[in-house]
Design a protein around this ligand. Structure first.
Ligand code: GDP
Length: 440
């Protein structure tokens, strides 16, 4: 396999830049650049780097040598910690490109090699990608836990138990008359299959919290025109994101802002006023708003107090779990209405509203103590596994041939194995590693 190299720190001017090299020719590359082979592994060494082509100085920096297999990729790895100037980095990359057997790494290739050398499973690799992408503290906690193997361990644990069940069924096929294999397969296997299925179903029935946390929670602000939805969004975003106007129907499209609500990434969408729209453009806006509100993970339903004490809008639209807010509380009294009173104009009640919103979001989407599904890939695999187990159970109960039961058990184990990457995943790898950045 070729030796690969890439800038692993971010592009652009910086204090320090890290270039990583991995593969068989790493030691030779270090020698070409510094005149000596790498020294003791896992120690930082100060070296002068020169361009092997003409001997001109490139930089003075640190070399850290990781001798395979005790490295991130499992191969020989060198990390060059250089001064992070653009010319330094460009010069070093060009020098590396001129060495025999070396080529630039593809996105995610270091991690892919680590996976192929058994350093981490696929869920841990995904956790690593998520950690690099994490923008909020809750995302970071979830990604770190997955990278450290919590999800992989859960799935491998289930797979181990499934394989024991399968071995048992296969023993019955191979040695139908053996004394050691108790005859009543149904009684022996059924309880464990049932237990496995219920554990997996509980894990699947998580309201999508891990996926939501990874991708961002969608919150829609809904309510009739002119009740102050845009004004509320602006307050929450603490900047002028939406156009506020006292002419009904100015928010013609869906406007959104990204927020960090107590560690959970949130996309807050202000939707066009829900009302009988006059113009075609506005009708389109209402249609989109409705679709958006329908798809949202959480909805804030807003009504507005009128100076005469009446209410614009009602909470008849609200569904269970929606957060109800009365805006324009500065215009009168909101007593007796089961909603949070706020005033986007004066700012009163906003703190309590934000706290209620953050509590709601945290309760539903904050990083869980238990490993959770973070990608539809996991969900699909688990569903396929449970379906296969269900078929196996049905076949067992109907007294069908053990071969049929074993076939479904095998399929179930394989579905789990594909999630962690333990079996037959060549077709998956391009998809999983495609989203990585270069140098990782
Ligand atoms: P939207 O159509 O629901 O998005 O409503 P806007 O945010 O565009 O606000 C409509 C009108 O109500 C504007 O004139 C705002 O200045 C006004 N408004 C918004 N919030 C408040 C509030 O809390 N109190 C009062 N008195 N007026 C408000």
């Amino acid at each position: 396999m070729e030796t690969i190299y890439a800038l692993s720190s971010a592009q652009g001017r910086a204090g320090v830049a890290v270039i990583r090299i991995s593969g068989r020719d790493t030691a030779a590359a270090v020698e070409a650049l510094t005149g000596r082979r790498p020294g003791a592994p896992r120690m930082a060494e100060l070296r002068h780097f020169r361009d092997p082509a003409d001997g001109s100085p490139l930089d003075q920096g640190l070399l850290i040598w990781f001798e395979g297999p005790r490295s991130f990729t499992g191969e020989d790895v060198a990390e060059l910690h250089l001064h992070g100037g653009r010319a330094v980095v460009a010069g070093m990359l060009a020098a590396l490109g001129g060495l025999p057997g070396l080529r630039v790494a593809e996105p995610g290739e270091f991690t892919r090699r680590a996976f192929e050398n058994g350093k981490l499973d696929l869920t841990a690799a995904e956790g690593l990608a998520d950690l690099i992408d994490a923008e909020t503290s809750a995302q970071r906690r979830q990604a770190l836990r997955q990278m450290e193997g919590a999800l992989g361990a859960l799935y491998e644990g289930w797979r181990g138990r499934l394989i024991r069940v399968l071995a048992y069924a296969e023993a019955e096929i191979d040695f139908p008359d053996e004394e050691e294999v108790p005859g009543d397969l149904t009684a022996e296997l059924q309880p464990e299959i049932v237990t496995l299925m219920s554990e997996m179903r509980a894990h699947l029935d998580d309201g999508g919290r891990g996926e939501r946390l990874r991708e961002g929670v969608e919150i829609a602000i809904v309510g009739p025109p002119n009740v102050g939805k845009s004004s509320l969004l602006n307050r929450l975003a603490r900047r002028e994101a939406a156009i506020v106007s006292d002419e009904a129907g100015t928010t013609r499209d869906v406007l959104e802002v990204r927020l960090d609500l107590g560690g959970v990434p949130v996309t807050l969408a202000d939707t066009a006023g829900l009302r009988e729209a006059a113009g075609a453009i506005e009708r389109e806006g209402v249609k989109r708003a409705l679709a958006r509100a329908e798809a949202a993970d959480l909805r804030i339903v807003v009504a507005g107090l009128r100076p005469d004490g009446g209410l614009d809008g009602d909470f008849g639209l609200a569904r269970e779990g929606d957060l109800k807010v009365i805006n324009k509380a500065d215009l009168g009294s909101c007593e007796g209405v089961a909603a949070i009173p706020v005033s986007a104009a004066t700012g009163s009640g906003l703190e309590a509203f934000e706290a209620a919103l953050a509590r709601e979001v945290a309760a539903r989407f904050e990083a869980s103590e238990h490993p959770v599904i973070t990608r539809s890939r996991h969900r699909e695999g688990l569903k396929a596994c449970v379906e296969a187990l269900d078929r196996a159970l049905g076949a067992l109960r109907a007294g069908r041939a053990t071969e049929l039961v074993a076939e479904d058990l095998r399929l179930a184990a394989r579905s789990l194995g594909r999630i962690t990457g333990r079996v037959d995943v060549e077709d998956l790898l391009d998809v999983v590693f495609r989203d990585f950045c270069i140098g990782k």
